[in-house]
Ligand binder design. Structure first.
Ligand code: PLP
Length: 417
């Protein structure tokens, strides 16, 4: 399936790069991206009337598929009462109560408009709480696009960090230490070296931005233990995994409780929402109660709150969907690995088919994929009417609308290694 270059060319005349987020541009896979006219359930419809079976699902928010009736109804009803007030509403308290009830680490929460805002605010809070400045993160994890997180130090902890984007001042990343994922010894070494000046360790408890890489047994527990022993706050970035691996996210799934949690995607029900929350004593530092400033004109937007609430309430009432989605993905992963010999990492309703037959447990492993092969496979998926995330460093998602038949179609369209 080749999408017309005309739409993208026109977009490029007015929009920087023709897109509002780079990975949508198809620069990683070649060709022009589809332009979407509408979507329902698991299907996208392009401007040219082509139908695509969607395994990208807007990069994770759409756990109920596109345009689910209860979420649309809640958002429409909210919209008719006004789109924003900049004054408190009951909807904010209602969604906050749901989040606090579901996510083990969250005593208090604050809503923002994106995952990027959530992580940068959580870090500011951790720095204020500990009175320290350094941050430990993991190579290949993505925490949004604020300066401080845009570091991939490569292997080993002793290398000086270098920015992953130009325009990031060296001073902004002076305190960022990036170590390999699934490598507790590297974290220990970093803590030995910088010890008392580390404010936070931030981690995707299941990494989704180097392709999907689950934590190895004991990895999250060791992070918790190291943080406890050194007075460091542990931040789980659950922007992807929150309400995706279960109502309690990865922290409930793995039984490891962080001090702070960042959320996004699903909690907005398809609208722009992020959140950060955690221990009451840490959250108490946030303005207006405390000295840590954070604010947002559209934060807690009533339409977005209504959509998030409708989504989470539906999930609460239908919790059986979580093991069902996980079982569907597990059967698919086992089958496709047998057919293709490719590495398929998975967790709950998420998976990545890596263009390698070697295990992938870190960003370095993920970078060893065969790029050409991935690109060819990507266009074969499109030919078969399947829309996968257009990059080999992403996770695919299923929704509650996807069935065994849909995963069989993906399997049929995937070539053996
Ligand atoms: N954290 C994680 C784990 C993410 O996957 C993302 C985005 O994909 C973000 C943070 C940033 O969220 P946003 O794109 O809403 O700013």
């Amino acid at each position: 399936m080749i999408f017309p270059e005309t739409y993208h060319s026109e977009a490029k005349k007015y929009l920087a790069g023709g897109v509002n987020s780079p990975v949508r541009s198809f620069s990683s896979v070649g060709g022009a991206p589809p332009f979407i006219e509408r979507a329902a359930g698991k299907y996208l419809t392009t401007r040219d009337g082509q139908t695509l079976l969607d395994f990208c699902l807007s990069w994770g928010p759409l756990i109920l598929g596109h345009a689910p009736a209860p979420v649309l109804a809640a958002a429409q009803a909210a919209m008719e009462r006004g789109t924003t007030y900049g004054i408190p509403t009951q909807g904010e308290t209602d969604l906050a109560r749901l989040v606090c009830d579901c996510v083990p680490s969250i005593d208090r929460v604050r809503f923002v408009n994106s995952g990027t805002e959530a992580t940068m605010s959580a870090l500011r809070l951790a720095r204020a709480f500990t009175g320290r400045e350094k941050l430990i993160k993991f190579d290949g994890c993505y925490h949004g696009h604020s300066d401080v997180f845009l570091v991939n130090a490569g292997s080993g902890v002793s290398h000086l960090p270098s920015a992953s984007s130009s325009g990031v001042p060296a001073d902004s990343i002076r305190h960022t230490i990036s170590v390999p994922y699934n490598d507790p010894a590297a974290v220990q070494a970093a803590i030995r070296q910088w010890g008392d000046s580390v404010a936070a360790v931030i981690v995707e408890p299941v990494a989704g931005n180097m392709g999907l890489v689950p934590p190895e047994k004991g990895f999250l527990e060791q992070l918790r233990d190291l943080c406890d022993r050194h007075g460091i706050l542990l931040i789980f970035d659950e922007v992807i995994t929150g309400f995706r691996l279960g109502l309690g996210g990865a922290q409930a799934f793995f039984g490891v409780t962080p001090d702070l949690t960042t959320l996004g995607k699903i909690i907005g029900g398809g609208f722009p929402v992020g959140a950060f929350g955690g221990r009451a004593d840490v959250m108490a530092l946030l303005a207006p109660d405390g000295p840590v400033y954070q604010a947002g004109t559209l934060s807690g937007n009533p339409v977005a709150m209504a959509a998030g609430k409708a989504t989470i309430e539906w999930l609460k009432e239908h919790q059986e969907v979580y093991p069902k989605m996980a079982a569907l993905v597990e059967r698919f992963a086992v089958g496709i690995s047998a057919k293709t010999a490719m590495t398929v990492n998975r967790a709950g309703g998420m998976f990545t088919i890596f263009a390698t037959n070697q295990p992938v447990r870190s960003a370095a492993d993920a970078r060893r994929q065969d790029v050409g092969r991935f690109q060819r496979q990507y266009h074969e998926w499109l030919e078969a009417g399947i829309y996968m995330p257009p990059s080999m460093f992403e996770t695919a998602f299923i929704s509650t609308c996807h069935t065994e038949k849909d995963l069989a179609a993906l399997m049929d369209a995937t070539r053996p290694w």
